[in-house]
Write a new protein. Structure first.
Length: 184
């Protein structure tokens, strides 16, 4: 039963869940989700590999990267008789099973993921920061330092942090992606 719907990974909000086959979680080789996805689609298997965009600082530059929502996994719709073709596809390590039984992924789980998608990507919002909350700087020149979140700057993805130093607190402005909350 070949399904050649290439838009399943681009804009899954359409009708990819209307496939009458059960959905399974497929375990892929490390950082090979794209390869597994392409090979499974070539076999005519319905594939859904949700991804999200993230702003990161790489080598001192603010970049946008696309990452899988579930690293090392994707979802595939196939008949149990096609198990061998899926299991042995390039880029696939196996199909998730419990006690020898293939684990079916509920369609409502996939629907809830697609409900959070915009322009083909899952929209993730960073954790809310409250004024006075302790944060760690995870990127940039001040990486490894801690401080107190002061405020988000209007109209930008930047935040103000009171940096803890030995003798005083200095106010610095950083990209929001460079700050992570410290949960106590």
């Amino acid at each position: 039963m070949p399904m050649t719907n290439e838009s399943m990974t681009q804009s899954p909000n359409e009708s990819f869940l209307s496939v009458d086959l059960p959905w399974y979680a497929v375990y892929t080789q490390a950082r090979r989700e794209d390869l597994a996805e392409a090979n499974l689609q070539a076999f005519g298997v319905g594939v859904f590999c949700p991804r999200y965009r993230q702003r990161v600082i790489l080598h001192g530059y603010n970049r946008e990267v696309v990452r899988p929502l579930f690293p090392g996994y994707l979802f595939a719709a196939f008949a149990p008789r096609d198990f061998r073709a899926v299991h042995y596809a390039h880029g696939v390590r196996g199909v998730v099973a419990f006690g020898g039984e293939l684990a079916i992924v509920p369609a409502n789980l996939l629907a809830s993921i697609t409900a959070h998608m915009q322009d083909g990507y899952v929209v993730l919002s960073p954790p809310q920061l409250e004024p006075g909350q302790r944060v760690e700087i995870i990127a940039g020149s001040f990486r490894g330092y801690t401080g107190l979140f002061q405020s988000g700057l209007k109209g930008s993805e930047r935040v103000a942090v009171l940096l803890d130093t030995l003798k005083y607190q200095a106010r610095i402005v950083l990209d929001r992606a460079a700050v992570s909350p410290i949960w106590s």
